[in-house]
Design a protein around this ligand. Structure first.
Ligand SMILES: NC(=O)c1ccc[n+]([C@@H]2O[C@H](COP(=O)([O-])OP(=O)(O)OC[C@H]3O[C@@H](n4cnc5c(N)ncnc54)[C@H](O)[C@@H]3O)[C@@H](O)[C@H]2O)c1
Ligand SMILES: [Zn+2]
Length: 322
C-alpha cells in the first residue's frame, strides 16, 4: 500500500513512519548533484538525527541509464544493504525514475520512498508507480511498475527550483485539470499559482487515474493528453539540438490537441479560447517551422497502432469522472 503525504509537516510525518512503522535495517538517500546541495539540507532539517547514507549521482536525463543503476547497486552492496533496506529518492523525475527502478530489482526488490523536489515530479513523475531508465537513446525502455512505500510532497523544495523548471511542471497540472477536474481548471484558469490546494487536486487526478488502471490498459491513456504532439515537438527539438523542457512542449501539445478535441465536438469554442489564453500566457511558444515537420515524429510515436497516430481528447463533460 502506497501512501501520499502532503502538507507543511510532511517530512516530519515521514520521520514518524520511519521510526515507528517502517523500521528498515538501513536507510539510503539518493540525490543528484543539485538536490544534494539544495534539498538534502532541508531533508536533514526535518528528519533530524535519523542515520542514513547518501548516494549521489550526476543530474540530467543523459544519466538516466543502467550505468547509473550500477553505481547505485554497487553503493548498496558496499554497505551490505540487505532486503530490509529502504532507498529514499530525493530529487526530480530523473532521480525518482532511476531510484525506483534500481530499488525494484535490487535483491529482487527493496522498499523505496519518493520525495519529489521538482513540480513535475510532485504532480506527475513520482506518482503512479512507473519506474525506469533510458536505453540505447530510447526513453524509459527498461523499467517496472512498482509503487513506492510512500511519496512525500514538500512544497518548500520548490523555492530553489529554477523558474523555467517550475513553469514546465505547470503543464502537467493544466493537463490534469483539463482531463479530469473542472474545479482545478476553475482555480488555475485565471490565476495559475501552485498553491497547496492546486497541487493536491492535481496529485489526486494522477492518483485516481493510475489506481483505476495501474498498467495502462485504458483510463491511464487519458494522461497522454497533450503528449502526442508534445513528444513530437520534443523529438524535433532533440534532433535539431535545440533546447526545450518537457512541459514547454506539452503545453503546446495541450493547445493543439484541444483544437483537435474541438474539431471532434468534445470541447466548445469558448473552452479552446480559454485554454489558448492560459497556454500563451504561461508557456513560451515552441519554434517549429510548420506542423508538417512534426509528421515523421508523430508517425514514430510509441502509442501508434497499425500506423495510426493516437490522440487523447479532452472532454468537457468528463471532468468529474472519478
Ligand atoms: N515515472 C513517470 O510516471 C514519469 C512521468 C513524467 C516524467 N517522468 C520522467 O521525469 C524526468 C524529468 O523530471 P524533472 O522534470 O523533475 O527533471 P529532473 O529530475 O532532471 O530535474 C530537473 C533539474 O532540476 C534539478 N533540481 C531538482 N530539484 C531541484 C530543487 N528543488 N532545487 C534546485 N534544483 C533542483 C535537478 O538536479 C535537474 O538538474 C524525465 O526523465 C521523465 O521521463 C516520469
Ligand atoms: Zn508529461
Amino acid at each position: 500500500m502506497s501512501v501520499i503525504i502532503t502538507g507543511k509537516d510532511s517530512l516530519r510525518k515521514l520521520r514518524k513512519l520511519l521510526v515507528s512503522k517502517f523500521k528498515h535495517s538501513k536507510v539510503f538517500v539518493l540525490t543528484d548533484n543539485n538536490t544534494s546541495k539544495q534539498c538534502l539540507p532541508v531533508f536533514k532539517k526535518h528528519i533530524g538525527v535519523l542515520p542514513f547514507t547518501e548516494i549521489k549521482i550526476k543530474s540530467g536525463e543523459q544519466n538516466k541509464t543502467l550505468a547509473t543503476c550500477e553505481i547505485i547497486w554497487k553503493a548498496l552492496l558496499n554497505k551490505n544493504a540487505d532486503r530490509n533496506t529502504l532507498l529514499i529518492n530525493l530529487g526530480g523525475g530523473t532521480v525518482c525514475d532511476i531510484g525506483g527502478f534500481a530499488a525494484s530489482v535490487y535483491k529482487r526488490g527493496i522498499a523505496f520512498v519518493n520525495i519529489p523536489t521538482t513540480l513535475l515530479a510532485m504532480t506527475d513523475a513520482a506518482i503512479g508507480g512507473k519506474t525506469g531508465v533510458d536505453f540505447l537513446h530510447f526513453k524509459n525502455m527498461i523499467g517496472s511498475f512498482t509503487q513506492p512505500h510512500a511519496t512525500v510532497i514538500h512544497r518548500e523544495f520548490l523555492t530553489t527550483l529554477p523558474p523555467r523548471h517550475l513553469n514546465s511542471g505547470k503543464a502537467e497540472i493544466l493537463k490534469h485539470a483539463l482531463i479530469a477536474d473542472q474545479s482545478l481548471w476553475n482555480l488555475i484558469e485565471k490565476d495559475f499559482n501552485v498553491t497547496e490546494e492546486v497541487l493536491k487536486k492535481s496529485i489526486t487526478v494522477k492518483t485516481k487515474i493510475t489506481e483505476k488502471d495501474f498498467k495502462e490498459a485504458n483510463y491511464r491513456k487519458l494522461l497522454n493528453f497533450g503528449h502526442t504532439i508534445g513528444h513530437a515537438i520534443e523529438s524535433y527539438y532533440l534532433q535539431n539540438e535545440l533546447d526545450i523542457l518537457h512541459g514547454e512542449a506539452v503545453a503546446a501539445g495541450i493547445f493543439i490537441e484541444s483544437c483537435l478535441s474541438f474539431k471532434n465536438n468534445k470541447l466548445s469554442l469558448n473552452e479552446i479560447v480559454a485554454i489558448g489564453d492560459c497556454v500563451f500566457k504561461h508557456f513560451p511558444p515552441p519554434h517549429v517551422p510548420s506542423l508538417k515537420y512534426l509528421e515523421k515524429f508523430l508517425l514514430a510515436d510509441k502509442k501508434n497502432v497499425s500506423g495510426k497516430v493516437n490522440f487523447t481528447f479532452a472532454e468537457q463533460n468528463r471532468r468529474s469522472f472519478y
